[in-house]
Design a protein around this ligand. Structure first.
Ligand SMILES: C[S@@+](CC[C@H](N)C(=O)[O-])C[C@H]1O[C@@H](n2cnc3c(N)ncnc32)[C@H](O)[C@@H]1O
Length: 345
């Protein structure tokens, strides 16, 4: 689905259901004075608060919200507003470097005389995550880590360990003392061996030099096999946990730092449809990293619909909103051309 709507962002956002969008990737306007809705920084932040609240509502749990911005004082206020008024968790502050803009900088004496500041060859975007309430504290853990911390998992091995201690009349302190004698270490790992908290089994070396001499009967290989069998049993649960995490899909050979190099689209280029057009290579990488194929991406300030074109190229669904009639028509044409090309390919 590629759905470009002609209208006001706030009005259109209100028609979308809760938690229906996987990724919000947008580029709001920010030139104070250009829009009658906001003519000062305070009513600009108020307006942004309204569309951000709607974006947050329509975003699914663990979804990602990214917005471009290039006015530092406004962005600082906006980030402060988000921290105060939403549940969104700050994730990254990213830079788009435009190498082809350098030629406009100090080397050009016209700029040097008039600008009296460093010429900006960057644009910025910020990445936020909507935390999953049920999984708020866990979302940084991998699916396997969540399984290992789930008290219901690995019960047979936990119970076997307890029953061996009882059978042998041992306490854990006895085992720790042996562990210290053998390894010279403090035994912190006993907080995890066969425990609910980040369950682990000892290594073969530790099992054979600490547990076996204290009377534990099983062979290590047998223990290891039961561990692997149980781990396979929890594979669906691991995947469920993994799905609760924010998307961050990695591609071999790609770098994942917060610096993106891409030339700005020059005014004479063939595919230049908007003065603030963002480069497709960056948009596509963001979409691939922060969503899965087939998922839904929303851009309430679509401009040329570059985000929508990036969705077509990466196989995602798209809802875009654009208020300006000329921009809307240009965007529609571009989306149609790209969709047609995809059908021909
Ligand atoms: C910074 S531009 C987006 C450019 C876009 N990222 C691109 O690559 O082409 C912001 C866009 O939001 C549109 N816009 C401004 N206010 C709007 C509103 N209230 N509702 C919908 N669109 C709006 C403007 O017409 C403009 O095209």
């Amino acid at each position: 689905m590629i759905d470009l709507r002609h209208g006001d962002a706030l009005e259109q956002l209100r028609t979308l259901p809760d938690c229906s969008v996987d990724l919000v990737l947008t580029d709001p306007p920010y030139n104070i004075g250009k829009d009658k809705t906001w003519d000062r920084i305070d009513n600009y932040i108020e307006w942004c608060g309204a569309w951000l609240t709607e974006c947050c509502r329509v975003l699914r749990s663990s979804g990602t919200l990214i917005f471009w911005h290039n006015d530092m004082p406004q962005l600082a206020e906006l980030m402060h507003w988000i921290a105060e008024h939403t549940l969104l968790v700050f994730n990254s502050f990213c830079n788009w470097h435009k190498p082809n803009f350098r030629k406009f900088s100090w080397e050009n004496s016209g700029w040097a005389l008039t600008l009296r500041s460093w010429f900006n060859v960057f644009e910025f975007f910020v990445v936020y995550i909507k935390p999953d309430e049920a999984n708020e504290r866990q979302w940084k853990k991998t699916g396997l880590d969540c399984v290992l911390s789930n008290p219901a998992c690995f019960r047979p091995l936990k119970e076997w360990y307890r029953s061996e201690l009882n059978r042998l009349g041992l306490t854990e302190d006895n085992l720790i003392a042996k562990y210290r004698e053998v390894t010279g270490k403090k035994g912190f790992m006993f907080r995890h061996y066969f425990k609910d908290s980040q369950f682990e089994i000892p290594t073969e070396e530790i099992y054979n030099s600490v547990f076996k001499p204290m009377g534990f009967r099983r062979e290590y290989e047998d223990l290891r096999r039961e561990y692997e069998d149980l781990r396979r049993e929890y594979e669906d649960l691991r995947r469920e946990y993994e799905d609760l995490r924010p998307r961050f899909n990695l591609e071999r050979g790609s770098t994942y730092c917060n610096y993106f190099d891409a030339p700005a689209i020059g005014s004479s280029e063939r595919e230049r449809f908007h003065a603030c057009q963002k480069p497709l290579p960056i948009l596509e990488k963001l979409i691939r990293t922060h969503s899965n194929p087939g998922e839904l991406v929303l851009d309430p300030f679509a401009g040329s619909a570059s985000t929508g074109v990036a969705c077509i190229h990466t196989g995602r669904q798209f809802i875009g909103i654009e208020r300006d009639s000329d921009n809307y028509q240009t965007a529609r044409n571009w989306l149609e051309t790209e969709s047609a090309q995809l059908r021909l390919a």
